[in-house]
Ligand binder design. Structure first.
Ligand code: FES
Length: 106
């Protein structure tokens, strides 16, 4: 099971096991990681699961599709590496991936 490293806006770090095929959003919720709200439950309509993939891992995580990118455009906090965590499914290649969480979701 890949280990994903979540970092809250205040620097608090969590290293959690997330099963392959599970979204980063679900992995964070299942492991009590603060900073993911996920109001829509992963339906890609709410933008409250925003996360920022560390630059070293952006290629591995892939890029947002058009629908996700439109939602990300509504966020003031969008930056390079921004993704909706419900749309990123964990793969073995993500072992050790670093994911930061925005202050706006606390
Ligand atoms: S949980 Fe709502 S967009 Fe990801």
């Amino acid at each position: 099971m890949p280990v994903i490293n979540f970092i809250e806006f205040d620097g608090t770090e969590y290293s959690v096991d997330v099963a392959e095929g599970v979204s980063l959003m679900q992995g964070a919720l299942d492991n009590m990681v603060d900073g993911i709200v996920a109001e829509c439950g992963g339906c890609c309509v709410c933008c409250t699961c925003h996360c920022m993939i560390d630059p070293a891992w952006q290629e591995t995580a892939g890029s947002a599709n058009a629908e996700e990118s439109e939602l990300l455009d509504m966020l003031d906090s969008r930056e390079d590496g921004s993704r909706l965590s419900c749309q990123v499914k964990v793969t073995p290649a993500m072992e050790g991936m670093v994911v930061r969480l925005p202050e706006s979701q606390y």
